[in-house]
Design a protein around this ligand. Structure first.
Ligand SMILES: *[C@@H]1O[C@H](CO)[C@@H](O)[C@H](O)[C@H]1NC(C)=O
Ligand SMILES: *[C@@H]1O[C@H](CO)[C@@H](O)[C@H](O)[C@H]1NC(C)=O
Ligand SMILES: *[C@@H]1O[C@H](CO)[C@@H](O)[C@H](O)[C@H]1NC(C)=O
Ligand SMILES: *[C@@H]1O[C@H](CO)[C@@H](O)[C@H](O)[C@H]1NC(C)=O
Length: 468
């Protein structure tokens, strides 16, 4: 009795499973989207016969081009599963990323992409490089589900950036190397999921909206090589997750906001080649940005002296302070605290005095540029450092710098040509002047007790001069 009911039960279950299975044909890409993909492929490269490469009767999701990704969704009306395009990558990158190649006359129209209503990621690499293409109105072109938009090296892509305000799920917005113009308006505050915003080497301009401070998840903000102007929004200082901030080569003016001190995780800060001038020198709050590994302020007329802010910045690997109108001495504390320093550029300022003895301890140094200053005295670098970084130790066009004869001889084991190039117009230090108590500031860094008084007199004199 029991065994009969069990076998009836099993038969029932089996029948149900079979029925359910035969009822659902494998999900496929909707014909609208399939058609849309062929249209897009034809528009980015009319030279390729896409229909014979990827025949119509096969599902593009199954056997389509690299760069096309579909996902399974359940249709809310029919409750049946269906496939939709979620990722599209166009433009051949490499053999490991062989996206459909774009031809020189590639084009793109909003109507081609609009049917892809489930698109989450769009990637276009070197697609529009010859024939000018105007960026379609993105609001009409792309799905509000979009999470990543990456457009790299599309130099013939023009038109206005418009508003991305509708894309509330956008996590990554990358627009690098295009002719696209426009600005960053208040709409930017709506992109609360944004983690990475890299808008570099385009023609964007205007004032950046303070609403950018709403992007609390932002880790990378790169607006470099555009034409942005006005002051930098204070609100950027509230983006405490920021790891990289690059505002270099724009037309920003005024102060570097003091609020930046709140960027406690920031590792990379490039503000170089703008018109920041209102901070009265290098901002002292840098002293508190202890995660910094690289800081570039070159080309901003900030003036003043290099401050003593280095004690807690031992993680710094790179500093660019060239062409800033810096005066006074190079503080020896840089050599004491910045033990991992690999790159230091101070060229084209009005720095005077000697190169601190402490710089001789910078064992990780790979490049040092002190060219075109008013430096004098003996260079404190060992023969092994000269040998190691040779031509990247740039010290020419200074007043009275000299190098110890031993150092020169030992470092010139290579060709004469190399030696001459790396040393520039450098003199060999004469032994005589080392013994003299001359008012040469180099004496400062190697002060003995007997000359301390002279040194402080000299220092006072220097300070008065700077204060003038
Ligand atoms: C692009 O160039 C090909 C030939 O190289 C041509 O057949 C095609 O019509 C052109 N497409 C456009 C949109 O100009
Ligand atoms: C883009 O399209 C949207 C929706 O149709 C419209 O509101 C907006 O004004 C358009 N933007 C531009 C720059 O044409
Ligand atoms: C300097 O570099 C070493 C090796 O990479 C690292 O262990 C050390 O923490 C760094 N120093 C500072 C102060 O960050
Ligand atoms: C400087 O002194 C060293 C020895 O201390 C000597 O070898 C060198 O020739 C001297 N150089 C000059 C330019 O007098």
């Amino acid at each position: 009795m029991a065994s009969i009911s069990i076998s009836i039960f099993l038969t029932l279950v089996f029948t149900l499973i079979t029925l359910a299975h035969s009822d659902s044909s494998p999900p496929s890409l909707t014909s609208t989207e399939q058609h849309s993909v062929y249209t897009i492929l034809a528009s980015i490269n009319p030279r390729i016969d896409w229909h014979s490469l990827y025949p119509d009767d096969a599902d593009l999701c199954d056997s389509g081009p690299h760069g096309l990704v579909c996902d399974l969704f359940t249709d809310p009306k029919t409750n049946r599963p269906s496939l939709h395009v979620t990722e599209l990558a166009l433009g051949f990158v490499s053999d490991s990323s062989p996206n459909p190649p774009c031809s020189p006359n590639a084009s793109l129209s909003a109507t081609f992409l609009a049917p892809l209503k489930y698109l989450k990621k769009l990637f276009l690499y070197r697609c529009f490089t010859h024939t000018p293409v105007w960026l379609p109105n993105v609001t009409n072109m792309l799905s509000p589900r979009l999470e990543e938009l990456v457009l790299i090296e599309n130099s013939a892509l023009f038109g206005s950036f418009g508003s991305f305000g509708g894309f509330k799920r956008l996590r990554k917005l990358v627009l690098i190397g295009s002719g696209v113009s426009g600005g960053i308006g208040d709409w930017v505050g709506e992109l609360v999921e944004m983690e990475q915003m890299r808008i570099s080497r385009n023609r964007l301009d205007g004032v950046v909206s303070g609403e950018i401070g709403q992007l609390r998840r932002l880790r990378v903000l790169d607006l470099s090589f555009n034409f942005f102007d006005g002051t930098v929004p204070e609100s950027i200082g509230g983006l405490s997750k920021l790891l990289k901030l690059d505002l270099g080569s724009n037309r920003f003016v005024g102060r570097i906001p003091e609020s930046f001190v709140g960027l406690t995780n920031l590792m990379f800060m490039d503000l170089s080649h703008n018109r920041f001038s209102a901070n009265c020198g290098i901002p002292l709050f840098l002293a508190e940005m202890q995660s910094l590994k690289e800081v570039y302020l070159s080309g901003n007329p900030l003036g003043g002296q290099i401050p003593e802010i280095w004690e807690n910045l031992g993680g710094i690997l790179g500093i660019g302070f060239s062409g800033m109108g810096l005066a006074g001495n190079i503080p020896g504390s840089m050599g004491v605290f910045l033990r991992n320093l690999s790159y230091l550029s101070l060229e084209n300022n009005r720095l005077e005095g000697g190169v601190p003895e402490e710089f001789g301890m910078l064992s990780e140094l790979n490049e040092l540029n002190l060219e075109s200053n008013l430096l004098s005295g003996r260079l404190p670098f060992s023969a092994s450092l000269w040998a190691k970084i040779g031509g990247k130790l740039k010290v020419s066009k200074n007043n009275e710098l000299c190098v110890d004869e031993g150092t020169v001889v030992m470092s010139s084991t290579g060709s004469n040509k190399f030696r001459r190039r790396s040393l520039g117009d450098l003199k060999v230090c004469s032994n005589k002047s080392d013994d003299e108590i001359s008012p040469s500031p180099v004496v400062l860094s190697s002060c003995s007790t007997s000359v301390l008084q002279e040194c402080s007199l000299w220092r006072d004199y220097q300070l008065t001069k700077v204060g003038e």
